[in-house]
Design a protein around this ligand. Structure first.
Ligand SMILES: [Zn+2]
Ligand SMILES: [Zn+2]
Length: 388
């Protein structure tokens, strides 16, 4: 029986799980129902070990095949987003203000389908570790699981993660070696001036004027500090100051995002933001106070796991189904934390012509479950069959 035939029956049921999960979206780490659903399924499939509460609300299932050999981790994320759903689907969110707008319901169902199939066959040597993580949407759930001893308790040789991608046809996949998703850091910048009467500007230090120059000067980082062949995003995304027309305010508050596809570029951008904000504000007699927070690192795929994803997809669906040189994106993914510890790869699977990720009309396409679960199943077997 081919992997696709194996998966077909499971995928049909997994679509019902997916819709169940979609109806009951939960946010960040508060995944009581979702985690219980996942753990219940893994136990029902007969996994050898099911651990809950890993990194807060993460669930880990271990499936052992023939003794010895390697171990591979397959990861899905479980959390939803604080968005009001407008799909009107029969399985639409029943929780006001929350929805699965990033398809993590689909990722969870797809990985569960693979777990069920692999548990039914156990036709491999070694172990498959199924990682269901909380808080991918800004809460660094991956780091929480790692800090909670994920890789010490469940050592693996490789780890893989997938994300659905609107615009890529269902049944098609994309991967690349090297950086595939960006780092995302954020900054908060207080420009402290001296307020006063708007009729007597010479007695003030105008934080709005200074802040405006800081915004403009920060644009020179991507244009003049970063290598033109590297990728850099530096954007001021908020600017708040003042309340009325006849007062020059005391201070302005700005914040923004900084993104890169390379760790060294990331560090350069951080230094440049500090230097330019401080010196530009000072040129106007104002003071810049910067709080800079590092978020998710660059997601860097390791070469041979990325090639393995390509080979597996090609063996199942042909070479037209896989883009092995997908362009990287400036969005971020906390799968990056795993790849800093363990070799592996993060790849995309097509979600067809759906609304975009994080859009209130987005929905995961259930037709993606079968190809996704087939790739998971074959990828686990291929990783375990590899020699180091
Ligand atoms: Zn998302
Ligand atoms: Zn997502």
């Amino acid at each position: 029986m081919s992997v696709l035939e194996e998966i077909a029956a499971v995928a049909e049921e997994a679509a019902l799980w997916r819709r169940d999960l979609h109806r009951r979206p939960e946010l960040l780490y508060a995944l009581d129902e979702t985690a219980a659903f996942v753990a219940g399924k893994l136990r029902a499939f007969g996994l050898d070990e099911v651990a809950t509460g890993v990194g807060g609300s993460g669930v880990v299932g271990v499936l052992r095949g023939r003794p010895g050999g390697r171990a591979v981790a397959l990861r899905a994320d479980m959390d939803a987003l604080p968005i009001e759903e407008i799909t009107g689907a029969p399985w639409a969110s029943e929780t006001p203000g929350a929805m699965h707008a990033c398809g993590h319901d689909g990722h969870t169902a797809t990985l569960l389908a693979a777990a069920r199939r692999l548990a039914a066959t156990r036709d491999f040597t070694g172990s498959v570790v199924f990682v269901f993580q909380p808080a991918e949407e800004g809460g660094a759930g991956a780091r929480a699981m790692i800090d909670d001893g994920l890789f010490e308790r469940f050592p693996v040789d490789e780890i893989y993660g997938l994300h659905n991608l609107p615009g890529l046809p269902v049944g098609r996949f994309a991967v690349r070696p090297g950086a595939i998703m960006a780092s995302t850091d954020r900054f908060y910048l207080d420009i402290l001036g001296r307020g006063g009467h708007a009729a007597r500007p010479h007695e003030t230090v105008d934080p709005i004027l200074a802040g405006a120059h800081v915004v403009t000067a920060l644009q020179s980082i991507a244009a003049r500090n970063a290598d033109p062949l590297a990728s850099a995003v530096v954007s001021v995304t908020t600017f708040h100051a003042g309340n009325t027309d006849n007062v020059i305010p005391q201070a302005a508050r700005l914040s923004g995002t900084v993104r890169a596809l390379d760790g060294a570029v990331r560090a350069e951008l951080e230094a440049s933001v500090g230097r330019i904000a401080t010196a530009t504000a000072a040129a106007f007699g104002a003071e810049a106070r910067l709080a800079y927070e590092r978020g998710y690192p660059v997601t860097v795929n390791h070469a041979s796991p990325a090639a393995r994803v390509g080979d597996v997809v090609e063996s199942l669906f042909g070479s037209a189904a896989i883009d092995r040189a997908a362009p990287p994106m400036m969005a971020a993914e906390d799968f990056s934390f795993y790849l800093e510890k363990v070799p592996g790869a993060y790849f995309f699977m097509g979600n067809g012509p759906s609304a975009g990720l994080h859009h209130p009309a987005y929905d995961f396409d259930d037709a993606a479950i079968a190809p996704g679960a087939a790739v998971w199943t074959a990828l686990a077997r291929a990783s375990l069959a590899a020699n180091g």
